[in-house]
Design a protein around this ligand. Structure first.
Ligand SMILES: [Zn+2]
Length: 271
């Protein structure tokens, strides 16, 4: 609830179900923790990170935030070796388990267009699709460094977003009453965070703004206000976006839902 010119406005409330679509194999030192922070963390070895999407329901609407990763064969061949999608964990199978058909989804909001966030888009036949304009434009014509991330046709594969009719957003924007997006660039050019109002307050579905909650931690000894990730497109923007998110949730990190945070495996329904 907030007031606008003295008038009280009640925002709709939703519930959020994290749905895991598989695991991406990552190296802690090369992916999660920036090299300048390595002596403050255990960065040895690899870790399989989950790939969450968020199913949002309320006000008669069925909304999906990201649609998850590719099947094992593609994940392994084109992306991170060792990544896998266990049987029955595609986004449409995970939805089916909670009684939702792909055609029931009204709205799909994408944090960004990397391969592990936008699979099977065309199954959502009745949905409107939202993404930042900057992200869409870069994804269609990336530099070769990002050909794999966006499944650019030159590598012999078709991007999942090809032919999808997007609503292109520029900057902060309300999607529904109680749901809005704000830009959080740095991991990718036009990355955005989706805020969902619930009975427990506003949750920030932040995609890959951070990979794990550790990325929000300060390191006072070296004056760091956050722990930057090792993988980014623009480290200055990434740093500022992470600080911005931390400020928006007033330091309550549990109100942020990152795509790859392991502890979300234990969160069933939120809000
Ligand atoms: Zn990701």
């Amino acid at each position: 609830m907030y007031t606008d010119a003295g008038k009280e406005i009640f925002l709709n409330k939703y519930t959020i179900k994290p749905l895991n679509t598989g695991f991406v194999s990552t190296n802690k030192a090369n992916y999660i923790y920036h090299h300048s922070t390595h002596r403050y963390y255990d960065v040895s070895g690899d870790v399989d990170l989950p790939v969450f999407t968020f199913y949002v329901e309320g006000n008669g609407r069925k909304i999906l935030i990201d649609t998850g990763m590719a099947p094992t064969e593609i994940a392994n061949k084109y992306h991170h070796k060792g990544s896998y999608q266990p049987e029955g964990m595609t986004i449409y199978e995970q939805l089916e388990k909670i009684g939702v058909k792909p055609e029931d989804i009204d709205t799909v909001i994408l944090t960004h267009l990397h391969w592990d966030h936008c699979y099977h888009l065309k199954r959502f036949k009745n949905a409107r699709f939202y993404v930042q304009k900057k992200e869409y434009e870069f994804a269609k014509n990336p530099i070769p460094l990002y050909y794999k991330s966006y499944e650019y046709p030159a590598i012999g594969i078709k991007p999942q977003f090809e032919g999808v009719d997007f609503e292109l957003i520029e900057g902060e924007s309300e999607i529904e009453s109680g749901i809005y997006v704000y830009p959080s660039p740095g991991h990718s050019v036009g990355h955005q965070t989706v805020v969902v109002n619930t009975g427990e307050g506003e949750y920030h579905c932040c995609g890959d703004l951070v990979f794990v909650y550790d990325n929000f931690k300060e390191i006072p000894e070296i004056h760091y206000t956050i722990t930057p990730p090792a993988r980014f497109q623009d480290i200055v923007k990434s740093w500022k976006s992470i600080e911005d998110c931390k400020n928006r949730v007033k330091g309550k990190i549990e109100m942020v839902l990152p795509t790859h945070e392991l502890s979300l495996v234990n969160r069933k329904v939120i809000g």
